[in-house]
Design a protein around this ligand. Structure first.
Ligand SMILES: C[S@@+](CC[C@H](N)C(=O)[O-])C[C@H]1O[C@@H](n2cnc3c(N)ncnc32)[C@H](O)[C@@H]1O
Length: 506
């Protein structure tokens, strides 16, 4: 089952979520209504549909309605289970007739297989698979990219293509209701799907689950999306799950959902308050440079707890608690943004920094000039080469995993962890320190950190992030650059900032 979970993106949907989608998509039980779940699995949606149809319709209409239900899945075993489940639902409803269910084992991402169903359905519902397209075999990936515009993105996911597939199956004016990850609304990778929805199809309803988890055994931040094919709408209905119930946030203007930017799913009243914050003064990203911290992809190797330093040699503790000696000149002091309090890190740490400015020191020079550091790194060579799923460039085995911020993370700055429950920007006035596990804000036009710090740690920043940023479990919010850069810094503070000296360290 583990294999199937990964390859087919198998996560089954709880019944109350199925009901929410059916309530907002199927609406009424016209026996002529044709309904399809293109990734029906063991039939969570279809079995519930059978129960609801049997409840709502008299025998003759009921039979016709049931014959109009269709399911596809790539997994023959799941379809057998689905068939049994539909029979059981029919029997439990006291129906004496049998139905030959329209269940088809096929790859719903194949346009050729789907061709005969094009434009056939009034409703498409479901919980499509969540699998990164780059994890499919090359032949399948290429075929999908030929078949579906929305699969043509490096980091596209199968669930994104399933929106296009659903629309292909629907008649004009048909309705689609899916539960999927919210990443299409909250990441730049979702831009093409956002554009597809806004330009071609009406967004009728969004139900946001925020940080709340609804699937057993899978961490996913979920969103229900209901679309009406080829029908543009001015407003959509917004709901939010608060952990206990679905809260109605009212009708919201579709113009608050830009294709090019991440979506803020909030009531019109909250959106107005957010707009006031964003439009005042100047955006943080304009008055300050915001940089991500050092990313080694092997922090346990590169970053060590410092014990002492003498005669140009640092004694530090390695990941196994053993002492290692490293030449001081190839190290830099480093702060862990996520553990900072009162401007200090919980520990004194160093990072092995095999760079001059942003240039990697050649391996022969590294070995010759810093033999202790080189020997230590060489002991971890296999682990370092295993980064990026083993695709790490062999000649650069001792480099950082990502080479961002090699010079920019030094200097005076405000530092924030990448995730916080409340704003927690910390001032770092020691320019020789770099940092990791977060972001820094360096005012462009001066180093008036003291004026900026309370603005970034304010209740307004808390409000702004709470409503615009990505959710994580237990109330954590993302403070990544993409979420903090549009925060409006009040004009009086923005104006106090002086011109930067442009000092670079590293
Ligand atoms: C997230 S599960 C949802 C199953 C079911 N709809 C539910 O909600 O409980 C995704 C389903 O997609 C199916 N699937 C994965 N790739 C598929 C493909 N290319 N064509 C059709 N079904 C596929 C899996 O077998 C799995 O049953």
């Amino acid at each position: 089952m583990i294999g199937k979970h990964k390859e087919f993106g198998v996560v089954y949907t709880p019944q109350w979520v199925v009901d929410l989608i059916l309530d907002n998509t199927v609406q009424g039980h016209d026996p002529a209504m044709k309904i399809c779940d293109p990734s029906c699995g063991d039939g969570a949606f279809l079995a519930r549909l059978v129960e609801r149809v049997c409840d709502a319709l008299p025998a003759r209409d009921c039979r016709r309605a049931l014959e109009n239900i269709t399911g596809f899945d790539i997994d023959a075993g799941a379809l057998e289970e689905c068939s049994r489940r539909l029979d059981a639902a029919l029997a439990a409803a006291g129906k004496r007739f049998r139905i030959k269910w329209n269940l088809h084992c096929m790859d719903s991402t194949s346009r050729a297989s789907l061709a005969r169903y094009e434009g056939r359905f009034d409703c498409v519902i479901g919980n499509p698979p969540y699998v990164r397209i780059q994890h499919l075999g090359e032949a399948r990936r290429k075929r999908m990219q030929k078949d579906w515009v929305l699969a043509n993105h490096g980091s596209a996911d199968l669930y994104i293509a399933f929106f296009e597939i659903g629309m292909f199956l629907l008649k004009r004016g048909g309705r689609l209701g899916y539960i999927t990850p919210n990443t299409y609304a909250k990441t730049m990778a979702g831009r093409s799907l956002r554009r597809f929805m806004l330009e071609q199809h009406g967004i009728a309803c969004l139900i946001d689950f925020g940080e709340h988890q609804i699937f057993d055994g899978a961490t996913t931040y979920s969103l229900i999306t209901v679309l009406h094919k080829n029908s543009k709408r001015g407003k959509f209905a917004l709901y939010r799950y608060d952990g206990k119930r679905i809260v109605n946030k009212g009708l919201v203007s579709v113009s608050s959902l830009p294709a090019e930017k991440l979506w803020t799913l909030e009531s019109e009243k909250t959106l107005r308050k957010i707009a006031r914050i964003m439009s005042r003064g100047r955006p943080l990203g304009e008055i300050a440079d915001i940089h991500v911290g050092i990313q080694t992809l092997a922090d346990d190797v590169f970053i060590l707890e410092k014990k002492s330093e003498e005669s140009g040699v640092v004694v530090a503790r390695d990941m196994h608690g053993r002492d290692v000696r490293i030449e001081s000149a190839v190290t830099r002091p480093i702060l862990k943004a996520s553990l900072m309090k009162d401007g200090k890190d919980a520990k004194e740490r160093i990072i092995i920094f095999p760079y001059v400015g942003s240039r990697l020191i050649a391996e022969a020079c590294f070995r010759e000039q810093f033999p202790m550091a080189y020997r230590y790194m060489a002991r971890h060579k296999a682990l370092l080469l295993g980064r990026d799923k083993g695709k790490f460039a062999p000649g650069r085995w001792y480099s950082f995993g990502r080479e961002f911020g090699l010079t920019e993370t030094f200097g005076e700055k405000l530092i924030t962890s990448g995730m916080n429950k409340r704003p927690n920007f910390q001032k770092c006035t020691a320019p020789e320190y770099t940092f990791y596990s977060g972001y820094c804000v360096k005012p462009k036009a001066g180093i008036d950190l003291d004026a900026l710090l309370p603005v970034l740690n304010s209740d307004e920043m808390d409000f702004y992030i709470r409503h615009t940023s990505r959710d994580y479990q237990n109330g954590w919010k993302s403070y990544a650059k993409s979420f903090i850069q549009d925060y409006g810094v009040p004009a009086d503070i923005a104006a106090r900032v002086r011109h930067s000296q442009g000092v670079m360290w590293g």
